[in-house]
Design a protein around this ligand. Structure first.
Ligand code: HEM
Length: 554
């Protein structure tokens, strides 16, 4: 054979392929027989050939390597028999290309392939099914958080970021008492004060004839409540000119990095090595968050000094709780200020978007559908005749229609948009007749649980009355409700979030019982989400985010 540049692939039976087939096959794919007048000549000129055709060699090697990996993952991998298309079985890039809309694609895959689907080479997703949800996410569950997914969220020293259940138990044991229902009731005045401020902002908007950006104000409530409640240092976004928009931009701004970090973890190590002083030069949101983090570290260091000197440190905060070794589970090690900052920030970011979104979705739908508004006000006026008085959380919780409004707000804001991947523990588990070996990532999502049409007919309709058909029906619907997750890793802030939702929405609609309307926002905008773990409305629709106003009568 002479000339032609034909490339042949040789598979050697005496190769070490049995131990590591793929790279070996790739190397053997490099032999160009064009110049091989004889086997001996070929051997002699092999080095020369490598040099002369180094690009062909490289490209050929890479192509063969990639092809071999794809074949392995699709046909020989332990998850090879899980239903799903070719691409997600062979590469995580499939997920990356859908970016913040992957949750929609996962749903389409379920429609096509059934209740269990392979969504990345290492991960399977289960559709809406409360029994499966309980198997994975229960108290004492052995399913741990998936490292590939949660490491990318950059909060390794927080309860949220703890991968192992044992580490999580120690961290959560330390924070739990701060967030108990009793503690929330003791500190209810914090939430009451912020609800009063929301009403003042609404009144100022009405007086000036300007629509009020309730979307932003609800996020400001969440951050102000969480920061004052947990750190005894209110961030005061409700009084800031931008209502804390800069902070929320930061949280949203780092969202896209999530997918990048999941795909390429080494970028993340690089980003995390950025010295704090350099952050503002690299990006404004990064500089902003680093500034707040450094302030948080200083606050903890200061508290640490005062505790060491036995000085009075004010009321209990998340910082004083974590710094004190008393009343902690066995094995608890007091974290450093730098580690505590992770707990503080995961808490603020977890609180802001989730609670803010639930209030936004609830209030938008109340005002968008004026019959819901009227019905809610009838209930509030009957139970709280004096609108100037505070509406207590315990009394508000008993109102069935308001409860329906809040449940629907939580259902259609989805809690966190994202799936919550866990690692299957040893010795593996079977779901829908498919065995998943230990180490497989398995996930489910609120997006699908909350929209299961068999449980919530016409699922995208905001219908508070579906929650008012008796206790049995309420429990049936509630089994599909997972806005706070479930089990040991369930949201620690749930009692606080409920207090915010009841008090803020109850007070707002009691003080403004008539006349408010939605300004410009459409259902389509409200139902369009981007998944950056929490859910965000797309920037492109920013001018239509939820604002409320009082239309003037012409
Ligand atoms: C409507 C409001 C809220 C919703 C829907 C919500 C949702 C969630 C969900 C789904 C998780 C579990 C995440 C996972 O499994 O990876 C979670 C965890 C967490 N949330 Fe919330 N959250 C809300 C409000 C809050 C508030 C107000 C705080 C604190 C002030 C908070 C702090 C946390 C923390 C610290 C975790 C991690 C818990 C752990 O792993 O031990 N959240 N939240």
């Amino acid at each position: 054979m002479d000339g032609g540049g034909e490339v042949k692939v040789f598979f050697s039976s005496s190769s070490p392929a049995s131990t590591h087939p793929i790279p070996y096959i790739s190397l053997l794919a490099l032999v160009d027989v064009r110049t091989a007048g004889s086997r001996m000549a070929m051997d002699q000129s092999f080095t020369g050939l490598l040099l002369a055709y180094k690009w062909h060699v490289l490209v050929g090697a890479i192509a063969t390597y990639v092809a071999s990996i794809c074949i392995y993952r699709r046909y020989f991998h332990p998850l090879a028999r899980i239903p799903g298309p070719f691409l997600p079985a062979v590469t995580k890039l499939y997920q990356t290309t859908y970016h913040s809309r992957f949750y929609l694609q996962i749903e389409k895959l379920h429609q096509q392939y059934g209740p269990i689907v392979r969504i990345t080479p290492e991960e399977v997703h289960i559709a809406a099914d409360p029994d499966s949800y309980d198997r994975i996410y229960h108290v004492g569950s052995k399913y741990s958080k998936s490292p590939n997914f949660y490491n990318a969220l950059c909060a390794p020293y927080s309860s949220f970021g703890a991968l192992s259940n044992e580490v999580h138990r120690l961290r959560r044991g330390a924070t739990n008492p701060m967030f108990s229902r009793q503690k929330v009731l003791d500190l209810e005045s914090i939430v009451q004060e912020k609800a009063g401020k929301v009403c003042r902002s609404m009144q100022m908007g009405i007086d000036s004839g300007q629509p009020v950006n309730l979307h932003q104000i609800f996020r400001a409530v969440s951050v102000d409540v969480a920061s004052e409640y947990a750190f005894d240092r209110c961030y005061n976004f409700l009084e800031a000119d931008d209502s804390g928009a800069k902070f929320c931009e930061m949280a949203r701004g780092i969202g896209p990095a999530l997918y990048m970090f999941q795909q390429f973890p080494s970028f993340q190590s690089l980003a995390l090595k950025t010295p704090p002083w350099m952050a503002p030069y690299l990006s404004q949101p990064l500089g902003y968050v680093t500034g707040l983090q450094m302030e948080c570290v200083r606050q903890v260091e200061d508290l640490q000094d005062r505790m060491a000197r036995n000085e009075v440190v004010g009321r209990q905060t998340i910082f004083s709780t974590l710094l004190s070794p008393e009343d902690k589970p066995d094995g608890y090690v007091v974290p450093t200020p730098w580690q505590i900052k992770d707990e503080a920030y995961s808490m603020l970011v977890a609180a802001a978007d989730t609670t803010g979104n639930a209030m936004t979705v609830a209030a938008f739908n109340v005002l968008y559908n004026q019959s819901i508004y009227r019905r809610l006000v009838v209930e509030l006026e009957a139970n709280f005749p004096d609108p100037t008085k505070e509406l207590s959380f315990v009394a508000l919780e008993k109102l069935p229609y308001l409860t329906g409004v809040i449940k629907e707000g939580l259902r259609l804001s989805f809690g966190v948009m994202s799936r919550l991947p866990r690692v299957v523990p040893s010795p593996g588990a079977t779901f829908y007749d498919h065995f998943l070996p230990a180490g497989t990532a398995i996930s489910m999502s609120g997006w699908m649980m909350h929209r299961d049409p068999e449980v919530f007919p016409d699922p995208m309709t905001f219908d508070p009355e579906r929650w008012m058909k008796g206790p049995e029906e309420f429990r049936r619907l509630d089994r599909n409700m997972v806005p706070f997750g479930r089990g040991s890793r369930q949201c620690v802030g749930m009692p606080l979030a409920y207090a915010e939702l009841y008090i803020t929405l109850g007070t707002l609609f009691r003080r403004f019982p008539r006349g408010l309307a939605v300004y410009k926002t459409t259902q389509e905008t409200m139902q369009d989400y981007e998944d950056y773990f929490s859910s965000y409305h797309p920037y492109s629709k920013r001018d239509k985010w939820f604002r409320a106003y009082v239309p003037t009568k012409s």
